[in-house]
Each structure stands twice: as structure tokens, then as C-alpha cells.
Design a protein around this ligand. Structure first.
Ligand SMILES: [Zn+2]
Length: 257
């Protein structure tokens, strides 16, 4: 996964006022997550500039506090950047790198943001010999930062929605595979009566589950649960499909279009 990072000059940073202090790499223990702390605050680069204004002018700090910032579209901004002492989590500033989500961490976190935070954490880990922990600001100080939703996602190991992290090649391979299986299904529809099984059934089950029609485990066996999920899907598109619980050419097309 490649990550595009907007450099400080890229977002017209005014800082730092004086040279930044380098972290002693061997002393670094972890990565700390923060959020904006305001609901309905500014978005994108405006949030980053607002942070900098606050940190330079109101707090009198040398530079924007965080090493990295990630906005609601998953855009990553360089704050103090790689390997520098930060300012947002005393007394851990010289033993951590910090990432701030510029949105409100108590609301659902956009998938693009999660992806970027996750890549950023991987990038940071790769720069250190020791394995770093990942914590929320609230683990280190008396604060609710980064709020419940972001915190729980972090605690769950920062899972990503599988459909979003596929590489281009995987997507292409998958489309080729779906087209191939679709050809088979057009000749020989899938059904419970036929006790259909195999790859095509598995693809149907996975897709039905993704679309919220519970097909049960993706086991490649066309049982009653799969048939009823197919019916539920067909019912939604009953203007175009017959609601018969059988996956023929048309249902397949509708499923994978
Ligand atoms: Zn914080």
C-alpha cells in the first residue's frame, strides 16, 4: 500500500520556529493516536492549519504538535514528521511518534482514514528496530482523546474493510474469475435442488453476505440458507428477476454487476 504524504511546505506550514529535536530512536516505545477534539471542526488542510495556528500562537509551541495528521478523506499531512520529538503527549513526547485524526473520533471513522492511519502505523513500525506499541492518548493522560470509536477500532487491531484494500491486480483477477464462473452458471444454473457446489456457489455466498443477505458460512454448498438469501436478493430486484431461489444468468449478472 503506498501512502501519499503532503509535506509541510505542501500545506504551507509556518513552522517550525526553531529546528526540531530528533528522537533518540532506541528510546522510542510507541505510537499515540489523537483526534481533533472538536465536533464539526474544519476539514482537510484547513483543520491542519487550524491546529498549527493554535499550537504556535495560543500554546507558543515550536511547531504543530503531531508527527502526522490524517484527514477525513485519508489524506496524510506531515506535522513534525519522521523521527522528531512531538508535543501533544507529555511525558511521552520523546518516546513516541503521534498521529492525529483531524476529525471527531467519536463518530464513525471513514474507511479511507482508517486505511491511511493503518499504513502510517506500518510505515512508522518499519523505521524502528524494536516493535512499537500503539495506544490512544487516553492511555497516557487524563483525557477522552481519541474518543470511543477511534479508540475501539485501534484496540481491535485497526481492522480494514477487506474489499477496500485489494490491489488493482487482485481486482482484475477477481473480475476475470467472476466472468469465468458466470459463463458456467449461464449454462448450468445454481440451485438447492441441484445441490450445486464449488467456486461459483462460494462467490455467490460471499457476495450475498457483502450485500447484507445472510447466506451463512461461505462453504460452497448451496443449502437452504443460501437459497433463502438468494430469494431475499431476488425479491429486492423482483422487477427484473424471478424470485425462485435459483442463480441463473440474470441473477448472477445482477449480483456481480
Ligand atoms: Zn490527544
Amino acid at each position: 500500500m503506498s501512502l501519499t504524504i503532503i509535506s509541510r511546505s505542501g500545506w504551507d506550514s509556518r513552522g517550525p520556529k526553531r529546528p526540531l529535536t530528533r528522537l533518540n530512536k532506541r528510546r522510542v516505545k510507541g505510537i499515540v493516536l489523537h483526534h481533533s477534539g472538536v465536533r464539526n471542526g474544519p476539514k482537510g488542510v484547513n483543520a491542519v492549519r487550524a491546529f498549527e495556528r493554535h499550537h504556535l500562537d495560543a500554546n507558543g509551541w515550536n511547531a504543530i504538535a503531531y508527527n502526522w495528521l490524517v484527514d477525513e478523506d485519508g489524506v496524510v499531512y506531515e506535522g513534525r514528521g519522521a523521527g522528531f520529538v512531538s508535543a501533544a503527549n507529555r511525558p511521552w513526547n520523546s518516546r513516541t511518534e503521534s498521529i492525529c485524526y483531524t476529525g471527531w473520533g467519536g463518530s464513525p471513522i471513514p474507511e479511507a482514514t482508517k486505511r491511511s492511519i493503518r499504513s502510517l502505523v506500518d510505515d512508522i513500525q518499519n523505521r524502528y528496530d524494536q516493535k512499537l506499541w500503539v495506544k490512544g492518548h487516553r492511555d497516557l493522560a487524563s483525557t477522552t482523546c481519541p474518543e470511543a470509536v477511534l479508540y475501539q477500532w485501534m484496540q481491535a487491531g485497526m481492522p480494514l474493510d477487506g474489499s477496500v484494500v485489494k490491489t488493482d491486480k487482485e481486482v482484475v483477477d477477481e473480475n476475470v474469475e467472476i466472468a469465468r464462473l458466470g459463463g458456467q452458471v449461464a449454462k448450468k444454473p445454481l440451485s438447492k435442488r441441484r445441490r450445486s457446489r464449488g467456486q461459483a456457489v462460494r462467490a455467490v455466498q460471499r457476495r450475498l453476505n457483502e450485500l447484507g443477505h445472510d447466506a451463512g458460512p461461505v462453504d460452497g454448498h448451496y443449502g437452504p440458507k443460501t437459497a433463502s438469501a438468494v430469494r431475499s436478493f431476488q425479491n429486492k430486484y423482483r422487477d427484473f428477476l424471478s424470485v425462485d431461489g435459483v442463480v441463473g444468468k440474470n441473477t448472477w449478472k445482477m449480483l456481480f454487476s
